[in-house]
Ligand binder design. Structure first.
Ligand code: SF4
Length: 349
C-alpha cells in the first residue's frame, strides 16, 4: 500500500483516486496535517493565484414544505414565514450592490407551490438587472426548469446531498419532497443535462460519519466528471450550526478534522472550487483562507429581507462570522489575497 507521504508527494502531478483520498482522510493522515496543509496551499496558489472569489447568499423565502431535523426553516417550527415581494427583492439587490457584490446565491426553503417556477421567473427578471453571476440553492427542479432558468441567467446550482447514508438521510428528513433521496441524488445529472455551467456538491457535516460522507461525495463528483465533462464543479463542507428546533449530534466535526478534510480534497482535486461560508467562525475562516478555499461568502444574513432591514429575525441558522463584507476584504488583503467580486460575464460564457 502506498504510504500517506507518497500520496501527498504525488498530488498535483498524478491524479489521486478514491483509495488515495480515503488514506488522506484517515486517522493516520492527521499526523501529517502540516505537510498536507503546505501541499494544499501550494496547489491552490498554483491553480487559483492569490485570489478569493466573494459571493453573497440572498434569501428569497423561509417557507418550507419539508421537515429536516437540523434546519430552522422546517415546517414544524413555529417561526414567522415570509417570501420577498419583487419590491423587497429590488431593495435587497440594491443593498448588496452597494456593498460591492456581483455574484449572488439565491436561497429559499423548499415550497414548490408558493416559491416554484412562476416565482423564480419573476425573481430572475429582477436579480439579473443587478448581478452578473446568479446561482441557485432551492428545491431540486426538473431538467427543463433548469434549462429555462439558464436562459434567464442561471450560472450555477448548489444541491448538497446533506448525507449519502440512507439510514441517516431517512432519520433527518421526516416529511415533504426531500424525503425522496433519489430525486435529490439525481439532481446534478439534470442540472448538467440542462447545460448549467457549474454544479455545487456537498454534505452537511454532523449528520453521519464524516469520512463515509466525504468519500461518497468524492465518488459522486468523479461520476459526474466522467459523464458531464463540460460542467464545472464546486464543493462545500458546511457543519451543523445551532438553529430553532435544531438537533444535537454525535457526529459533530471539530476544527482540526475540517482542516484535514479541506486539505485532502485540495490534494484529491487541485482544480476544484472549494467554498467556505459564514457558518464558520472568523478566526477559523482566516486560517483556512490559504489552505484550499477559493470562494467565500461575507457579511451573510440567513433571513429573507435581512440586508435591507437587519432587524428582521427569521434566520435559517446562526452564522459564526459576523464581519461585514468590507471587514472580510480587509482580512483578505492582510493575508495577501486579492478579493475578486466579479469573474463572470454571461455574454462570454
Ligand atoms: S434544509 Fe432546506 S428543505 Fe430542509 S427544512 Fe431547511 S430549508 Fe427546508
Amino acid at each position: 500500500m502506498t504510504g500517506i507521504r507518497d500520496i501527498i508527494a504525488k498530488a498535483g502531478s498524478t491524479r489521486l483516486d478514491i483509495d488515495d483520498l480515503a488514506q488522506l482522510l484517515s486517522k493516520e493522515a492527521a499526523q501529517h496535517i502540516e505537510l498536507m496543509a503546505a501541499t494544499a496551499a501550494r496547489l491552490t496558489r498554483q491553480r487559483f493565484g492569490h485570489t478569493m472569489r466573494l459571493f453573497i447568499p440572498l434569501y428569497l423565502s423561509n417557507l418550507c414544505a419539508n421537515d429536516c431535523t437540523y434546519c430552522g426553516f422546517s415546517m414544524s417550527n413555529a417561526i414567522k414565514r415570509t417570501t420577498l415581494s419583487m419590491d423587497d427583492l429590488h431593495k435587497e439587490c440594491q443593498a448588496l450592490k452597494q456593498q460591492g457584490f456581483d455574484s449572488v446565491l439565491l436561497v429559499a426553503g423548499e415550497h414548490e407551490r408558493k416559491v416554484g417556477m412562476p416565482y423564480f421567473r419573476q425573481a430572475f427578471a429582477v436579480v439579473s438587472q443587478y448581478f452578473s453571476h446568479i446561482a441557485l440553492e432551492v428545491q431540486p427542479l426538473a431538467k427543463d426548469d433548469y434549462a429555462e432558468l439558464r436562459g434567464y441567467g442561471l450560472a450555477a446550482v448548489y444541491v448538497y446531498q446533506e448525507t449519502y447514508q440512507r439510514s441517516a438521510y431517512d432519520k433527518h428528513h421526516l416529511r415533504g419532497n426531500k424525503t425522496d433521496m433519489q430525486w435529490r441524488l439525481q439532481t446534478p445529472d439534470r442540472v448538467a443535462a440542462a447545460g448549467v455551467d457549474k454544479i455545487g456538491l456537498g454534505v452537511l457535516l454532523g449528520l453521519a460519519d464524516w469520512r463515509e460522507d466525504a468519500l461518497d461525495c468524492a465518488r459522486h463528483l468523479r461520476y459526474l466528471q466522467q459523464h458531464y465533462w463540460r460542467s464545472r464543479y464546486s464543493m462545500a463542507f458546511p457543519r451543523l450550526r445551532p438553529c430553532a428546533g435544531g438537533i444535537n449530534s454525535e457526529h459533530l466535526v471539530d476544527d482540526k478534522t475540517l482542516v484535514q478534510l479541506i486539505c485532502a480534497f485540495r490534494l484529491f482535486e487541485p482544480d476544484l472550487e472549494l467554498t467556505l461560508s459564514t457558518r464558520e467562525p472568523a478566526m477559523l475562516r482566516d486560517h483556512l483562507m490559504p489552505l484550499g478555499i477559493t470562494h467565500m461568502s461575507a457579511g451573510s444574513k440567513t433571513q429573507p429581507g435581512g440586508y435591507a432591514d437587519d432587524t428582521i429575525a427569521l434566520e435559517q441558522f446562526a452564522t459564526s462570522d459576523p464581519r461585514s463584507a468590507k471587514q472580510v476584504c480587509k482580512a483578505l488583503l492582510t493575508y495577501g489575497f486579492e478579493p475578486i467580486w466579479k469573474d463572470w460575464q454571461r455574454e462570454f460564457a
